[in-house]
Design a protein around this ligand. Structure first.
Ligand SMILES: [Zn+2]
Length: 252
């Protein structure tokens, strides 16, 4: 009975999305749209990425400014992953799920969630997230990687980018630390607010283990598993104002 009603919710959800020209905000937040066809999204230039990547146009503009500033300091930033929609995230999820043959469903889920999000719950859906240079934390511990990471820690916030998956020592829940994942918070903070208002566990469906999303508190622990201050809109608004001032001609 529960399963049937979940399927109906999923079906209605996709029908309502298909019936409209403009992407409903809830669909956007869950990656249920074609970012390649969206006028809000931009294809990243080859010099900024290691493969074809799209980003929200506003976040991309900020990234290019950060890229240029880094270049002046001999730091080369390369986007290795940007926007991913629901089906792209599902492909990652399914591949990892199918590789973990000998585990119980909950164990598979916890294992995948160390570094990968459930489809419909990834910040990468929003076009505000970039994975930079390398997908191993150890890369950033020495040599070139260390210099890149230290540059980002010092300067990225000036361009609106923050490492959201920091060490969990401060009590943050969810994914393991990701030194490569940087979020454009002037947009993403609002999207997280919207997500918390609009998305419910019933809508997280149609993939292996999706029925366990509620039991594992995916929205509370993972979607919201970022440092507390980065969840505060007033922090971001204050910061965005500072960004605007820095970029206005009067401030130059
Ligand atoms: Zn990422």
């Amino acid at each position: 009975m529960i399963k049937t009603s979940r399927i109906i919710v999923c079906l209605l959800f996709s029908l309502s999305a298909a019936a409209q020209d403009q992407i409903p905000l809830k669909d956007f937040l869950m990656g249920k749209f074609d970012y390649r066809a969206s006028s809000d999204f931009a294809r990243v230039e080859e010099e900024h990425s290691s493969k074809p990547v799209y980003l929200h146009g506003v976040a991309y503009k900020a990234f290019v400014e950060m890229f240029e500033a880094a270049k002046k300091d001999s730091i080369h930033l390369k986007i290795v992953s940007g926007t991913r929609n629901f089906s792209e995230q599902k492909a990652i999820w399914d591949r990892k799920w199918n590789n973990l043959k000998d585990l119980e469903a909950s164990e598979k889920l916890i294992s995948i969630l160390e570094f990968s999000a459930m489809p419909g719950t990834s910040r990468h859906h929003w076009g505000t997230e970039v994975d930079l240079n390398n997908l191993e934390n150890s890369y950033f511990d020495e040599g070139r990687g260390k210099a890149e990471y230290e540059w980002l820690l010092k300067h990225a916030a000036r361009f609106g980018f923050y490492q959201v998956y920091t060490s969990q020592n401060s009590g943050r829940t969810g994914y393991q630390e990701e030194k490569w994942h940087w979020s454009y918070l002037p947009l993403a903070a609002q999207y997280l607010e919207d997500y918390n208002l609009l998305v419910t566990y019933e809508q997280i469906c149609n993939f292996h283990g999706s029925e366990l999303a509620s039991k594992h508190a995916i929205i509370a622990n993972y979607v919201n598993g970022i440092p507390q201050e980065y969840r505060s809109l007033s922090f971001i608004q204050k910061h965005s104002q500072r960004l605007a001032q820095e970029k206005s001609p009067a401030a130059e």
